[in-house]
Design a protein around this ligand. Structure first.
Ligand SMILES: C[S@@+](CC[C@H](N)C(=O)[O-])C[C@H]1O[C@@H](n2cnc3c(N)ncnc32)[C@H](O)[C@@H]1O
Length: 287
């Protein structure tokens, strides 16, 4: 991780989410209009230039979509899906929200249903430092507490409680795009911390990476892994759907949904699917 700059993968995912709403993907709409505001200046600069181009040229949009290898579509669809879960959780009466490995995620600043909730954004200290500075320009009625934790070596619970997290209040936990970067041990210990702090009525949306990237030819898998390793954030944590559901059930969650690219395409993109289905899914559960 780089000091005082967000993690590279957080910047890339935020850019992909933004571009999905800028003519690049059939998902359309304003998926994450706050991304340029939260991105470091160099990324915000190229993001605006690419968006200007893709808004005016369908050919450029098609090129960016193809070059992203499915990431722009996937990021937009994943965002839409978790946005829907977050609205449902808000309607069910949750009283606070924790974004685990928040990166440049702007959900809690974008969705009206979440704006009044106390918000805790947890991240690695390097990314956290940047987000704290960048998000100070955005007003949220419910405020925001930034909590620095390295999940590989630190415990989440004590830090959250020290920042005013109320363990008796039902919580929406969003753990999006993070577990692929964690060892199984770090994923399980972080889950145990989340469980210990989840009152009845809490929700969890957790994304996870499947062991094989199905629609990517097996021969290319080492290349994909090497690309993430080259970004300084190697993919180390893959888990099967069966394993993660068992893990969640055994820790007292009721799994209510599990969806990936193909299901999201049906829901949000009128069946116009991405060229590559990334093998990441989101499991939703309640207590
Ligand atoms: C791909 S980004 C996803 C960010 C955000 N959730 C989103 O979907 O836009 C991965 C995030 O996980 C965080 N992360 C990775 N390893 C971590 C660790 N060991 N401790 C704390 N955060 C970590 C990174 O700092 C980064 O913000």
């Amino acid at each position: 991780m780089r000091a005082n700059l967000p993690s590279r993968t957080a910047t890339i995912v935020s850019a992909a989410r933004y571009l999905s709403g800028e003519g690049v993907s059939p998902i359309g709409g304003d998926v994450d209009g706050l991304a340029p505001l939260l991105s470091p200046p160099h990324a915000a600069g190229w993001l605006s230039r690419i968006a200007r181009l893709t808004r005016s040229s369908p050919m450029a949009a098609k090129l960016v979509r193809t070059a992203s290898g499915g990431l722009v579509d996937h990021a937009g669809l994943r965002t839409r899906y978790i946005d829907r879960v977050a609205r449902e959780a808000a309607a069910s009466g949750i009283g606070q929200m924790v974004v685990v490995g928040a990166g440049l995620d702007a959900r809690a600043y974008r969705l009206e249903a979440l704006l009044h909730l106390p918000l805790f954004e947890v991240d690695h200290p390097a990314t956290q430092g940047w987000k704290r500075q960048a998000s100070s320009r955005i007003h949220r009625t419910g405020g925001v507490r930034h909590v620095s934790v390295d999940f590989l070596v630190e415990r989440l619970g004590a830090r959250l409680l020290a920042e005013g997290f109320a363990a008796a209040v039902p919580t929406l936990w969003v753990w999006e795009g993070v577990t692929p970067y964690l060892t199984a041990e770090a994923r399980k210990s972080t889950l145990a911390e989340i469980v210990a702090l989840s009152a009845a009525g809490s929700w969890l949306a957790e994304s996870y990476m499947l062991p094989a990237l199905a629609s990517i030819p097996r021969a290319l898998l080492p290349l994909v892994r090497a690309a993430f390793g080259g970004l300084g954030e190697p993919l180390v944590g893959a888990v099967t759907t069966e394993e993660i559901h068992r893990e969640l059930r055994e820790s007292g969650w009721q799994v209510t949904d599990d969806a990936g690219t193909m299901e999201w395409v049906e829901s949000f993109a009128g069946g116009d699917g991405p060229s590559v289905a990334l093998l990441e899914r989101v499991v939703v559960c309640r207590r």
